[in-house]
Design a protein around this ligand. Structure first.
Ligand SMILES: Cc1cc2nc3c(=O)[nH]c(=O)nc-3n(C[C@H](O)[C@H](O)[C@H](O)COP(=O)(O)OP(=O)(O)OC[C@H]3O[C@@H](n4cnc5c(N)ncnc54)[C@H](O)[C@@H]3O)c2cc1C
Length: 369
């Protein structure tokens, strides 16, 4: 297919949505030798993937669906090299580093340690000495020394920069007006500015996926349920070496960045598409952080923000081919674990679209008719 008009960008694969999932999916297709464009309704990587904490482990993964573990474990093996390659290619360091994660209370310790053993995750239960600076109730504590983090905004910036170098075309601030569909195939995506043509279309629209499907594919059965779930975070302007590892207490956590700044997160709120930070959440998170780690009292809060997680019922994303539209696939709905599942999820999606052997069992993520 060749462009029919200068305002008709053409690529083999058009990815709609440029968060972590869209970007890593693009990387997969580029590495397989395909031409890729990414279209976003706003700026690439400014939504949930920017707002998240970057802990590269689900909170209490042993309590989550096994389908999450499958993607997490595969992704954990990919992250160190991915981060290093991006740093080398772009000079922007995604700041992957294994600072470790301390968990104060694990009533289900046996389940936790079995999960670690089964998945080759190093752990220590004898770790009371690590709680000296914390004010928290301790019950069967757990120290996971290999657990890493990535710094979301830098990871995204580095990925975008790398993909640009590799020839991916980015189209930002593109509001989609129409999907041209014929014989159960997307022929074109029309925005106010362009008509995009491609052989394959990938939806990586995070929390906006249902909205997109309702708006443009309402004639087809809706097989997907993704709900925006607001999450708020705070950033303390702490100095380097104030905190050396991540700590999880209940469902809240602190994450120290390499430059010393400390994140406190997060809320989980069902507020539709409202992502305005609230004073109430700020107070709750501040209280949590200062109670847990009194050393933080000497530092100011420099930022407070919110993002919209793509919420699914049990946190398992949809990764697969659309059952009715022949050239549409979906990689969305990663809820609280989108950063940690993204590398494997992107690989799986590309495997399915390119007819390769799937890297993990694809069944749990399929979009069922
Ligand atoms: C406070 C908070 C803390 C988190 N902490 C962690 C953590 O520690 N670890 C972890 O693994 N995960 C965490 N997450 C979850 C993780 O951030 C998300 O699961 C992940 O970022 C989802 O990525 P995505 O690419 O699917 O969506 P997004 O990053 O939201 O990207 C979707 C993109 O699609 C675009 N888009 C939407 N609709 C359209 C349309 N119609 N046309 C064109 N473009 C469109 C949007 O503009 C956006 O750029 C956290 C999330 C939040 C909010």
């Amino acid at each position: 297919m060749t462009p029919t008009h200068p305002s008709t960008p053409h690529s083999e694969i058009l990815i709609i949505g440029g968060g972590i999932n869209g970007l890593l999916t693009a990387k997969q297709f580029i590495e397989a030798g395909h031409q890729v464009s990414i279209l976003d309704q706003s700026q690439v990587g400014q939504e949930s993937s920017w707002a998240g904490g970057g802990i590269l482990l689900p909170l209490y993964p042993w309590r989550q669906d096994n389908a999450i573990t499958q993607l997490v474990i595969r992704s954990l093996a990919i992250y160190p090299e991915l981060s290093e390659d991006l740093r080398e290619s772009t000079g922007i360091d995604p700041e992957w580093y294994a600072c470790g994660l301390l968990i104060s209370a694990n009533p289900d310790i046996e389940k936790a340690t079995n999960w670690c053993k089964n998945n080759n995750i190093e752990f220590e239960t004898n770790c009371l000495n690590r709680f000296q600076d914390f004010n928290v109730q301790i019950e069967n504590p757990l120290w996971l020394p290999q657990i890493a983090q990535a710094r979301n905004p830098r990871l995204i910036r580095s990925l975008k920069n790398h993909l640009e170098k590799e020839g991916v075309s980015f189209f930002e601030n593109q509001s989609i007006k129409e999907l041209k569909i014929q014989n159960k195939k997307i022929e074109a995506v029309v925005t106010h500015q362009y008509t995009f043509r491609a052989e394959q279309f990938v939806l990586a629209t995070g929390a906006w996926t249902d909205k997109f499907l309702d708006q443009f594919l309402a004639d087809f059965n809706q097989h997907i349920k993704i709900k925006p779930m607001k999450g708020q975070m705070l950033l303390f302007d702490a100095e380097p070496d104030t905190l050396s590892h991540m700590i999880l207490a209940g469902d809240r956590y602190l994450i120290p960045r390499r430059d010393g700044k400390i994140l406190a997160g997060s809320t989980v709120e069902d507020m539709d598409f409202n992502k305005t930070p609230t004073e109430e959440a700020k107070q709750q998170l501040t209280q949590f952080a200062l109670d847990l780690f009194p050393k933080l009292r000497q530092f100011n809060i420099s930022h407070h923000w919110a993002g919209l997680r793509p919420g699914t019922k049990n946190g398992v994303p949809y990764v697969g081919l659309h059952p009715e539209i022949n050239n549409l696939s979906i990689n969305a709905g990663h809820f609280r674990n989108g950063l940690v599942m993204a590398p494997a999820s992107a690989q799986l999606l590309a495997d399915l679209v390119l007819n390769r052997k799937p890297c993990v069992n694809p069944e749990p993520y399929q979009i069922k008719p």
